[in-house]
Design a protein around this ligand. Structure first.
Ligand code: AMP
Length: 414
């Protein structure tokens, strides 16, 4: 099988790593990729938002499967021309990707499907926003309706700040505050059958103790020893399957990865958000535990034959990933610094390094090229072991101004 992966972050590196370990995969390509992905796949400098260019590349390569990683190309509709050209593609259509592309659309689908989520108002004027804020009271939750790379949501006790964020957006969703721990649950679907993966938790804030600004994610772990028994079955029944059924009923079937961001509140499980793709950094740990070869699963989703697949097999142990970010992330990430110690981090096989914002320099050195730079990942018999191994790997790596959290999975590992 020849596989083409679209994207260039640590999520795509994790996907490429798993695909490269699948004996069914004979050729692996990635566009645009990064310096780490270049070790396992052939890179192509194609604009990932350009559906025609991606389709032309897939045709030229004779790809048997195209996997679209990030939300931006999915929401831009890159999967559509691929499907129209008869190429199996893992990732939803532009219409179905609106589940992530528009918070208001997601709320409408959830209402139609009876999926439990925060009560909300969609507002387009300052007056409406002010009334919605007062209807719910503090803490205030204000979400930009469109894609905002993790920066569109403000949760604050400060009414003025909440209103200020609302004013800066064309259309906002204002909703009730959900208390309780968050869980990310991914499911692979072909539009009918839904196959949940193992739950994971990520760390959105930049600093230890969940302080500092929201980021794309600073680390993740799986499994969740504290999660209630039967959580996956409950979410499959009350969230994932009804959402997939509702989108099919609307004539916009969702095929690809449905990501449910959940809050386990005092009043029950609620959806915080849906994403239309694998989450980063949770993918790094979820795939680290998946034993079933990945390509066949993604192809079955693309071809609508997921129902014929055997149950997924999982590593019984744990996985932890810790993100190394550049100085100034998330506001003003500094780039272009050489990264030292990458081989040393992997030398004894305890950890593996997934690249996010990296590129190869003129002399073959690896340079920082983004806010989140690396995802240092390890597996172990339990969370404590996986965590120790991930941090041991990370300690070998350095670049100017590097920052990371020191408390990823710390509480869960105790
Ligand atoms: P989202 O982009 O919708 O996932 O929001 C980003 C983050 O904001 C979430 O991971 C939560 O930590 C927080 N958040 C979003 N919605 C709510 C809510 N209704 N109540 C509390 N926190 C929220």
């Amino acid at each position: 099988m020849k596989v083409l992966v679209i994207g260039g972050g640590a999520r795509e590196h994790a996907l490429c790593r798993s695909l490269s370990q699948d004996p069914a995969v004979t050729e692996l390509h990635c566009a645009p990729g990064n310096a780490g992905i270049a070790r396992v796949a052939t890179l192509h400098p194609v604009d990932q938002l350009d559906g025609a260019a991606v389709t032309a590349l897939a045709q030229e390569l004779g790809a048997d499967l195209v996997v679209v990683g990030p939300e931006a190309p999915l929401v831009a509709g890159v999967a559509d021309p691929l499907r129209a050209a008869g190429i199996p593609v893992f990732g939803p259509s532009a219409a179905a990707a609106q589940l992530e592309g528009s918070k208001a659309f997601a709320k409408d689908v959830m209402a139609g499907a009876g999926v439990p989520t925060a009560r909300s108002y969609v507002c387009t004027t300052e007056q409406e926003a002010a009334e919605a804020l007062d209807a719910f009271g503090a803490p205030y939750v204000v979400k930009d309706d469109g894609l905002a790379a993790g920066k569109g949501v403000v949760v604050t006790e400060d009414r003025a700040a909440a209103l200020e964020h609302a004013k800066g957006c064309e259309r906002v969703v204002i909703e009730e505050y959900l208390d309780g721990p968050e869980v990310s649950l991914f499911a692979i679907t072909d539009g009918t059958t839904v196959l949940p993966l193992v739950p994971a938790q990520d760390f959105k804030r930049a600093l230890d103790g969940d302080q500092g600004p929201n980021t794309g994610g600073m680390g993740a772990y799986t499994p969740l020893p504290w999660a209630p028994e039967g959580l996956v079955e409950e979410v499959l029944e009350t969230v994932l399957q009804p959402t997939v059924d509702e989108l099919r009923r609307r004539g916009t079937p969702f095929s690809g990865l449905l990501y449910a961001g959940l809050a386990l509140t005092s009043r029950g499980t609620r959806v915080v958000e849906f994403n239309a793709r694998f989450g980063d950094p949770e993918t790094q740990v979820v795939l680290a535990r998946l034993r079933t070869p990945l390509a066949g699963v993604l192809l079955a989703a693309a071809n609508g034959t997921l129902g014929e697949l055997e149950a997924l097999r999982w590593d019984e142990g744990a996985a932890v990933t810790v993100v190394m970010a550049s100085e100034g992330y998330p506001a003003n990430p500094r780039t272009g610094d050489p990264i030292e110690g990458l081989d040393e981090a992997e030398a004894d096989g305890t950890a593996f390094v997934l690249h996010a914002g990296t590129r190869s320099g003129a002399d073959g050195e690896v340079l920082t090229a983004g806010g989140r730079v690396l995802s240092v990942t390890a597996t172990g018999a339990d969370l404590a072991e996986a965590r120790a191994k991930a941090y041991a790997g990370l300690s070998k790596i350095s670049f100017k101004g590097a920052q990371h959290r020191t408390d990823i999975a710390a509480r869960a590992a105790q």
